[in-house]
Design a protein around this ligand. Structure first.
Ligand SMILES: Nc1ncnc2c1ncn2[C@@H]1O[C@H](COP(=O)(O)OP(=O)(O)OP(=O)(O)O)[C@@H](O)[C@H]1O
Length: 435
């Protein structure tokens, strides 16, 4: 089956939009690769370049190891399935599925055999005589799949094929499509903005943001060890809790992660302590998924944060408590999250003096103001101490369904230190050599 390789592929549209920015990506033989990202991040453009519908501005697309930039779309052994699967309304299901075979001159007898095979595999054998208008949305999508499969392509390109369907049908077809594609052994690139679809269907997930590839890995890798803050925040529900911490190294003893009113401690023999110690006197981002946090008794020993429940959310199978522990939230934009209100705190003369001293002593690093660490045009994700804005974090903690606890109550939270994620102020993962 067809393999795909994108080498430094960039697409700049005539109006100057950089839709895809130096993407390197491989799809192996028979692999199901999902391209995931929010609307406008460049997923469809990548797919269209692989299909030959769009030319890269620079870089090369390789199909089966051969440069394909000059190969016309019809010669690429590729089948595409889109969101708005345009079936021919005046043709029956049978005629719709067999259409590509008729175009390529396959005789009627083998044509009928292949259509019957494909329709059987898709469970639409009974519907061959109907027209698209007489089918449900799910059935129409199966016919569209049938029309793609029947040509025996080496590669499927699917662009949000399920997004027009209701959620029950989506879940059903999700399993069917990934099962069928694997059975056929055909390589597949599948575009979606739905993380559940990506994590359940993919062999590997490639996450994009603003044309740039952020991370590629198995669902377990990208969820469990995300390469960037963006990937960490994008994957998972509830979203990963992201808070600021100031790093203080007590040599040979521990690294203190000050969260504001409280601190967490990494023992010096923790392998991550050495790497994080390079950020002594600076701020970093700590990521903690809800599964890293457990309610504990108020006087429980160990790594515990004391907080107060701001509000509760009941989801039937579980409840979520959103807990203020006096920490500052890190907000990752473009996630479609509701804007978080910025809380202006009164600044006392002492605080102003403190800020001035911090700047002079370089507590927040010795970079000039406004210059991001490491350059590269990326800005800091941390709050601006000069403006003294604080975005209070509300840590999502899982509780049993409908707990006997109310908003406003105190809650002690046990923290699984081994499940924490650390990012620098530009959003890159700190513990290198981690995957
Ligand atoms: N022909 C074009 N001319 C100019 N800009 C374009 C063109 N086609 C796409 N773009 C822009 O390129 C960027 C990437 O678009 P693309 O369709 O690849 O994103 P996407 O991730 O697939 O989004 P969606 O999920 O909404 O389809 C967007 O900013 C889009 O507006």
């Amino acid at each position: 089956m067809t393999t795909v390789a994108l080498k430094d592929v960039t697409k700049v549209f005539p109006d100057g939009t950089v839709a895809v920015d130096r993407v390197n990506l491989d799809v192996e033989d028979g692999e199901f690769l999902v391209l995931l990202g929010p609307s406008g991040c460049g997923k469809s453009t990548v797919l269209r370049m692989v299909a030959g519908l769009e030319d890269p501005s620079s870089g090369v697309v390789l199909l089966d190891g051969e440069v394909a930039n000059e190969i016309p779309p019809r010669d690429r052994r590729i089948a595409m399935v889109f969101q708005d699967f345009a079936l021919y309304p005046h043709m029956t299901v049978n005629e719709n599925i067999s259409f590509p075979l008729r175009l390529s001159g396959v005789e009627p007898a083998p044509r009928a055999e292949r259509v019957a095979d494909v329709a059987g595999a898709l469970g639409i054998g009974e519907l061959l005589g109907r027209r698209p208008g007489q089918l449900s949305g799910g059935q129409r999508q199966r016919v569209a799949m049938g029309r793609a499969i029947v040509r025996r392509p080496g590669l499927f390109l699917m662009d949000e094929p399920l997004s027009n369907l209701d959620s029950g049908l989506r879940a059903e077809l999700r399993a069917e499509i990934s099962g069928l594609v694997r059975e056929l052994g055909v390589s597949c690139m599948y575009v979606t903005h739905d993380q559940a679809e990506a994590l359940t269907m993919a062999d590997r997930v490639a996450i994009m943001r603003k044309g740039v590839l952020q991370d590629v890995g198995t669902p377990t890798e990208v969820y469990g060890r995300p390469a960037t803050l963006y990937v960490a925040a994008f994957l998972g529900s509830p979203r990963m809790n992201l808070i600021e911490a100031s790093v203080y190294v007590h040599l040979d003893r521990y690294v203190a992660l000050n969260l504001g009113e409280q601190a967490l401690y990494l023992p010096w023999d923790d392998i991550r302590a050495r790497v994080i110690s390079h950020y002594h006197g600076e701020r970093i981002v700590i990521g903690m998924r809800a599964e890293a946090l457990t309610p504990v008794a108020p006087d429980a020993p160990g790594d515990v944060l004391q907080g107060r429940i701001r509000y509760l959310e009941h989801h039937g199978h579980e409840s979520l408590a959103f807990v203020d522990v006096g920490a500052t939230a890190v907000i990752v934009d473009e996630l479609g999250a509701a804007a978080v209100e910025v809380e202006e705190e009164p600044v006392s003369p002492f605080q102003r003096l403190g800020q001035a001293v911090q700047r002079l002593t370089g507590r927040f690093g010795d970079r000039s103001e406004g210059e991001p660490a490491g350059g590269g045009g990326r800005t800091s994700v941390l709050s601006d101490p000069g403006r003294h804005h604080r975005r209070p974090a509300e840590l999502a903690v899982r509780l049993a369904p409908y707990p006997a606890i109310r908003a406003g109550s105190a809650l002690a939270i046990g923290v699984r230190m081994d499940a924490l994620h650390f990012f620098d102020e530009r959003g890159d993962r700190i513990d290198v050599g981690w995957r």
